[in-house]
Design a protein around this ligand. Structure first.
Ligand code: TXA
Ligand code: MG
Length: 305
């Protein structure tokens, strides 16, 4: 593993791109201090330049290098959940390139918990700007194979750390507003965020929600339909099969942690199997289930034609 980490560090230092595992999804990383390297991320992902990148750091002590100030809510959340699947949005340090922050005066920071991500960050010694390692608008990768399938030779190195254990992206909390606002549901349930803050957060509906969180994100090529229960799913499946469609029903059960873990792999395999429609029975809308349901709503939303 250390040979791979050494190679990854050398690539990052010379402005290259390294895909690496995190506990949420695989990231497509570049040295956050090199604007030209960060620009390559946008090119490779075909991502609009105003969509900011999260900067991954080795531990909370380096936050002041990236943040002009650290609001007490951000400090409390970092203390409670890092390393882990939570991103705090804080005021941007003036030395951080606006290429990384999509032109914003704020920056998203996160300490991931995957051992290989921490080894990479430790050896690199700086911040790694990284979005999910998929082409823009596609389902996020949760294995190294997903990354290679999506990005191929456009990435200089893919570190393989096995399947991601959480399986959905980090929860993003905007700590520049009061009360803090959830910009994206993710690996840390909102209930846990509110418990640590000791108060309610603003829901993810305001105008400042994370850019890039549009409907039709997280969508496979096949159509996704949500069914409230098994009987409805079976009836809909029969109807579609009768009219000549390739259909399957995804019914992982009520365990939202397992659902989140498998979700993106199942969406990808629906495409690999050539399905026209995947009917999904959603988990209860609490804990990680809320993040899963948000992805499912987007996957099943009407698509731009
Ligand atoms: O779990 C994750 O967060 C993964 C892993 C690789 O860390 N990363 C990830 O990055 O999901 P990405 O770029 O696919 O999604 C990050 C989201 C985008 O919707 C972006 O607009 C939002 O975070 N974001 C980043 N910085 C922001 C900021 N300063 N203000 C508002 N939204 C921000
Ligand atoms: Mg993404």
């Amino acid at each position: 593993m250390s040979v791979d980490i050494d190679a990854a560090v050398a690539i990052l230092r010379r402005g290259g791109l390294v895909a690496f595992p995190t506990e949420t999804v695989y990231g497509l990383g570049a040295d956050a201090r090199q604007p030209s390297a960060a620009r390559r991320i946008f090119t490779v992902k075909a991502r609009p330049s105003e969509h900011p990148l999260i900067v991954h750091i080795a531990d909370a002590s380096t936050m002041p290098e990236w943040a002009a100030s650290v609001p007490s809510s951000a400090a409390a959340l970092a203390d409670a959940f890092w390393p882990g699947p939570l991103t705090v949005v804080v005021p941007r340090h003036p030395q951080v390139s606006t290429v990384v922050t999509g032109g914003r005066d704020t920056i998203g920071l996160r300490v991931p918990s995957h051992p290989m991500a921490l080894a990479l960050l430790g050896a690199f010694g700086g911040g790694i700007a990284a979005p999910s390692a998929n082409r823009f608008g596609r389902v996020s990768p949760t294995t190294a194979t997903h990354v290679r399938d999506d990005l191929g030779a456009d990435v200089d190195l893919v570190l393989d750390g096995g399947p991601c254990t959480v399986g959905v992206e980090s929860t993003i909390v905007d700590c520049t507003v009061d009360p803090p606002m959830i910009l994206r549901l993710g690996g840390v349930p909102v209930e846990d965020v509110e418990r640590v803050l000791g108060r309610a957060v603003q829901p993810a509906t305001g105008p400042s929600r994370a850019p890039g969180m549009m409907a039709s994100h997280y969508a496979p090529t096949c159509a996704v339909e949500l069914a409230p229960m098994r009987s409805a799913a079976r009836a809909r499946c029969d109807e579609l099969v009768r009219t000549g469609h390739q259909v399957d029903v995804l019914d992982p059960g009520p365990d939202a942690v397992a659902f989140a873990n498998g979700l993106y792999g199942w969406l990808r395999s629906a495409d690999d199997r050539g399905l026209d429609v995947l009917i999904v029975i959603a988990p209860p809308d609490e804990g990680l289930g809320a993040a899963v349901n948000e992805r499912l709503r987007k996957a099943s939303a009407p698509r731009p034609s």
